[in-house]
Every structure is written in structure tokens, then in C-alpha cells.
Design a protein around this ligand. Sequence first.
Ligand code: 4AD
Length: 468
Amino acid sequence: MLFRRFASTSCLPPTIHQLLRSETTSPSSIQVNGWVRSVRRQKKVAFAAVTDGSSSHDLQAVFLNTDLAKRLTNGCSVRLTGKLCTSPGAGQAKELQVEEAEVVGECDPELYPIQKQTLSVEYLRDNCHLRARTSPVAAMLRLRDTFKTAIHEFFKREGFHSVHTPILTSNDCEGAGEAFRVAPLTSVHPASSGLPPKTEEFFSNPSYLTVSSQLHLEALAAAMSRVYTLSPCFRAEPSQTARHLAEFWMLEAEWAFTQSVDDVCRVVEAATKEVLQAALASQDMEVFAKDFDPSRLEALKSAADASRAWPRMSYTMAVEKLTKSGVAFQFAPEWGKPLQSEHERWLAEILIGGPVFVTDYPASLKPFYMRANPDGETAACFDLLVPHAGELVGGSLREERLDLLEKAMERHGLDADTYRWYLDLRKWGGAPHGGFGMGFERLVSWISGIENVRECIPMPRWAGRMLL
Ligand code: 4AD
């Protein structure tokens, strides 16, 4: 079997993506593994669309010997051997002329849950173990992968190190009371230990699933200077909205010796533009962009333009604009109150028509760790708002002044002992620092136009629902 021309350094046979992308056709036979998406039989020839999930284009398999296609059904897995030829058909460059076909795993076409007709979002959620077999979900998964690569390349270039932070933690970083408490299923002392059963804390103190890696990242930034992580976060978030999940992924970066919110926004903007550019260049975006209103694609291209800075406005200015908008919002905008999602969307979609940083929120609305501004009322922080997805990023300078941090913790009712290590970071060579967190599923939602974050993650979890 001749694989070398397709992937000279690979130890595996080429994927359909690699085959379709390669410049050459193959004079000798090659082997292709995948799943049959559809079969079309004519008198003297049969066709099968075959996918292995690697490409937004299926490989067309042509069976001049129709007997070879007899056992093929939608959804079955196949191993095909044949020659890769230039396709005479419109819309595809290459096809496989099949010489041998083996059905590896059968699939009853009558009972197969992934039928050819359009399947509802709710139906696919019920079958989320199979939904990656559909083109849009597979394209979303590849898009996530493209985003991750772009993010890693950006941070590598900027001198950051990717680090792993704990999932089990003793703190509720955001202080919103949304952390999941962790407890062992069985007694801490198993019968085999000979000790009386004990069902208290497994660790010496209460433990939670992390809501954000930030505090641990701060510890690492205080030694490594620039660190980031793309990690799962968990929030017992009862909201049934298109933007909230109970388990989601967050890109978080933290770096030392940064002096202004403006600096932090610049990093967010540059990283996000790099993701946008990678997305716009990817074949998978075509799967989504074909259904876009043309203005939406233009808006994404404009947001990706490195020569045009995204606008910034203070929270105070945002409230003023909202108040003067004349729009009858469900919640009247008012200084000192959180911006509601209807406000965020109006700012990004109507006022700006693209991403906008809103800075310097009232400190009373924000967590304890944000650096106080000199006005004594606001914090050195920002949210990045984008059309459709609303708040995509939250970030700030962190309070590095020990006395002010202690006072803020007191105001938030936090136990200084639990946070002793965090305070320590300010004692031993503390440095001004800042960072941000970006919801990865909201990023996917904004760029792909997939309306609900539940469709932006392979196996979504939200209040009342965890199927597998
Ligand atoms: O604004 P948040 O809560 O900020 C933090 O957690 C900071 N500690 C991050 C940091 O500075 N390192 O969350 C950051 C982002 C939000 O802007 C949103 O995009 C996303 O995380 N997010 C969620 N995404 C999906 N489902 C949820 N329940 C989310 N909660 C927050």
C-alpha cells in the first residue's frame, strides 16, 4: 500500500482530509477507513459518501462493480481499497475508485438514530453520543481544535507557558456561591482499613470543583511570569440560557509586571484576533458561514482586522449610552447595577456592531481580588462584549497591595486562613499583575454562529441534564 506520498512522516494511513488536500492522485491502491454517510445505487454504478470526521468534505467512493457496494448502509464502518483519481463530477476534486470493500461494523439503516433528514437540536442532544456523526457537530469539533491551536501558537509566541492547575480546590474564586462541593461516594475509611467508617471531608477541609483557575495561575505567574491554561471549569449555575453551562472550558492567562487594564485588553484582543483569522481561513467555517446573513461574515472579518483596534468604554459611559438609547429594556440600566445580557447585546450589536471592552465596573459588583482604582469606587477590570454571545471575557488587574487585599477579603466575608497562601504571594516579592478568562464555548458560539453553547461542546452539562 502506498501511503508515503500523502504523509511521509506519518505512522498512520492518511485521513480523508489528507487525501483530499494532497496534490497527487495515486497510481497504486490506497486504503481508506471511515463511515458511510449515504449510498446511491444506479444500474451500473454505485456511489458512497464516506467520512472519517477529518474533513468537512466527504470522500466520494465510486463502485463500478456494484456488488462491492451491496452490504453498504448509512452509518456502517468500512475499509475501502482503491485508486484515488481525479473526479469528473462537479464539486469535488477527487474520488476513490473502489476495488475492495469490507464492512467493518454493520449499521441497521432502519434503526440508525442518525438519519439523513435534518434532525432537531433537541433530538441530537438526546443522542449526543452519536451527534458528532453529523457534519455540523463534527465541523464544530474541528473548529474547537483550530481555535486551540491558534491560542497555543499565540501564547507560545508571546513567551507564555501552558500550565496545569488543579480541578479540586478549597476556594470559590468568584465568590458567587456557584461551586460544586466534592464528597466521596463511600466512607473515607474503607472496611479493609479496620478503622470505623468515617464520612467526613476526604480532605481536611471542604473541597470544590474549580470555578476558575485564576488564583492558582496567579501563584504560578508569581514565579513563571507569563502563564495560561485552557481548562474545564464548573459552575452550579441554574440559568437555562443559551450562554451558560455547568461544565465549560475557560482560557485563562495571567502575567506579572503588567500595569494597566489597557495592557490586558491588548493581549485579549490580539489573541482573539488570531483565533478569528484562523477560523476565517478554515474550511470548517464554510459549513457555518453559508447560512450567515452577509453582514455577519463582514462583521467577523472586520473584528479580525489587526489594523483596527476594538473600541473601549468605561462602565459609566456604557450606562450613560444605555440610558440615553431610548430602548425600553426589561431592566432599566442604572449605575451600580450589573449590566444585563440585553444591555450587553445592545452595546455590542447595536451601538458598536462588534466587540467592545467595557472597563472600570463598580468594585461592589466584582470579586475580591480585583485591583481598586484610585477613585475608591471602581475596579481596574473589564468585560469584553461581543455580538450574539454577550460577555465573552472577564479580566482585571489583581490587587497586589497586601493591606488593600486584606480589607477587600474582609468586606467579602472571606476567611483569611483559607487564603493565607494567596496573601503570601503579595508578601514575598509581589508584583503588579493581571489576567483574564475567556469562555471557550462562547467563543465558538460567537464565531460559528451556533446559537446555544450546548451545541458548542461535545457533551453538554447544564442544570437538570447530564446524559452520559
Ligand atoms: O467572568 P468570569 O466569571 O471570570 C472569572 O472566572 C475570572 N476568574 C477569570 C480570570 O480573570 N481568570 O468568567 C470568565 C468567562 C466569562 O466571560 C464567560 O465567557 C465564561 O467565562 N463563563 C461561562 N461560560 C459558559 N457557562 C458558564 N456558566 C460560564 N460562566 C462564565
